[in-house]
Ligand binder design. Structure first.
Ligand code: KIV
Ligand code: ZN
Length: 512
């Protein structure tokens, strides 16, 4: 049997369904390029029937992906299929991913269709997709709560009408590994010796998404649907990095490979976390801050004698290297470009010039510059060109026993605006002043977090925050030696993000 497990990444579709993780087009394009560098086999770019703007966004993603297939999701109804094909028809390797629910619960209460109607929809929908596209995936939504003999009938019907991949979603994260293994084995029998790939799509409501995906591979599935950092609807989808590293580490048992360049994992994980604002827990397998840290004396002792005592994977394999002292005040642009390239950031010349300027400014204030500092310099630039507000100056006063007071100057298209603010601390006062300078008093800060980027008392502080107004949640992140300054920059980054989101909502409504 073929031992290549195809990695179908759905970070841009199911991942974007994580609460608060809506991404702008630019952010999606950045992630799509990184996923392509990572070597995923299929990128699911979105659900084009959702809106004309979503269709345009999927089409753009399809145009930048050079390697691998680009999939668009659609229901079995014709307008959905038309929209999906419009979006990905000109991709190098398009895939139509068509779905309908097959469980009694969904058919009766959601679709209000009989089992016969659903079979007819599958036949018609899959055939219509196959008329457009050579690669057609059929998903039986809520498959794990579907009557098994009906599920097999549905899949047999999909194969008969042209499906090349059969996906078995555990839509509500309900199944158990042994049970899912059994379902996959039964579907494998339906496939027989036909050239059709069986796929897994597991949600993590009971914390079993990865275990279920691995059980499915053991039963013969050769495609796994997953998201970077395990993001996704509710408790998320199976985590891409966990599946890939489980297959690599336990190849002795599972005998399967992926085509993922595992050394890119850390870079992609950081990008997805930064773009979505979804923080990776310290103890998260593979990409969490503590995943390769050894705290107890006994473990450290063993590690010093032989790494294998407590380490089953090499941190280097996922692109995690010791945070090194890399560059200093006298380093040039070429050295910076080279190190950024090693870290997975290939910047166009214009962006590199901006990052270099900030690098020099930082090197004047901070003697030791680590990889984490460089990544922050790039991340802070990811606001792109759509910046409405620029911070011109921040000043604050107030010591022990005095009420903190801040004065800020912010520039926008109408010129420069100064404002004063007060609060129960310097950050509070600066944010108050920024609300005045941008005339956005209605915006509420819903999340605020500060992390030190490296050790040492001269470590930069990274501020990540979310703001909300009119139901729109926007995120901002910024880094600075001065945490009040980092807070002010992060707040303006969030306001600029909001402007981009509003523009993208307008594009959606206008259908461009
Ligand atoms: O969870 C699910 O059932 C899905 C399908 C649309 C594949 O995301
Ligand atoms: Zn899903």
């Amino acid at each position: 049997m073929d031992n290549h497990v195809r990695i179908f990444d759905t970070t841009l579709r199911d991942g974007e369904q994580s609460p608060g993780a809506t991404m702008t087009l630019e952010e999606k394009l950045r992630i799509a390029r990184k996923l392509s560098d990572l070597g995923v086999d299929i990128i699911e770019a979105g659900f084009p029937a959702a809106s004309p703007g979503e269709l345009a966004s999927v089409r753009q993603i399809a145009s930048v992906v050079e390697r691998g297939e680009v999939a668009a999701l659609c229901r079995t109804r014709e307008p959905d299929i038309e929209a999906a094909w419009k979006a990905i028809g000109s991709a190098r390797h398009p895939r139509l991913h068509v779905f309908i629910a097959t469980s009694k619960l969904h058919m009766e209460h959601k679709l209000k269709m009989s089992a016969e109607d659903v079979l007819e929809e599958i036949a018609r929908g899959v055939k219509s997709c196959a008329d457009h596209c050579r690669s057609v995936e059929f998903s039986a939504e809520d498959a794990t709560r579907t009557d098994l003999s009906f599920l097999k009938e549905a899949f047999a019907c999909a194969i008969e009408h042209g499906a090349t991949t059969l996906n078995i979603p555990d839509t509500v994260g309900y199944t158990m590994p042994a049970e899912y293994h059994e379902i996959v084995a039964e579907v494998m029998e339906v496939v027989g010796d036909r050239d059709v790939v069986v796929s897994t799509h597991c949600h993590n409501d009971l914390g079993l998404a990865v275990a279920n995906s691995i059980a499915a591979i053991a039963a013969g599935a050769r495609q796994v649907e997953c998201c970077v950092n395990g993001i996704g609807e509710r408790a998320g989808n199976a985590a891409l990095e966990e599946i890939v590293m489980a297959l690599k580490t336990r190849k002795d048992l599972l005998g399967c490979d992926t085509r993922i360049h595992t050394r890119e994992i850390m870079n992609v994980s950081r990008l997805v976390s930064q773009v979505t604002g979804l923080h990776v827990a310290a103890s998260k397998p593979i990409v969490g801050r503590n995943a390769f840290a050894h705290e107890s004396g006994i473990h450290q002792h063993g590690m010093l004698k032989n790494r294998n005592t407590y380490e089953i994977m090499l941190p280097e394999d996922i692109g995690l290297e010791e945070s090194k002292l890399v560059l200093g005040k006298h380093s040039g642009k070429a050295a910076l470009a080279n190190r950024l390239d090693e870290l997975g950031y290939r910047l166009p010349q214009a962006e590199l010039v901006k990052v270099f300027e900030r690098f020099k400014a930082l090197a004047d204030k901070k003697k030791n510059i680590y990889d984490a500092d460089l990544i922050a310099l790039v991340a802070d630039d990811l606001g792109g060109d759509h910046v409405r507000y620029t911070l011109k100056s921040v000043a604050f006063s107030g010591g022990t026993g005095q009420a903190p007071q801040a004065t800020v100057v912010v520039a926008d298209d109408d010129g420069e605006h100064a404002s004063e603010g007060t609060g129960n601390g310097p950050v509070h006062a600066v944010i108050d002043a920024l609300k005045g300078a941008t005339n956005q008093r209605e915006v509420v800060m819903t999340e605020y977090r500060i992390d030190a980027l490296s050790g040492g008392s001269d470590a930069q502080g990274r501020v990540t925050l979310s703001i909300e107004a009119d139901g729109l949640v926007s995120r901002g992140q910024a880094t600075d030696i001065d945490v009040v300054m980092a807070s002010a920059k992060a707040y303006l980054a969030a306001l600029n993000h909001r402007v981009q989101q509003q523009a993208s909502v307008h594009r959606k409504v206008a259908g461009v």
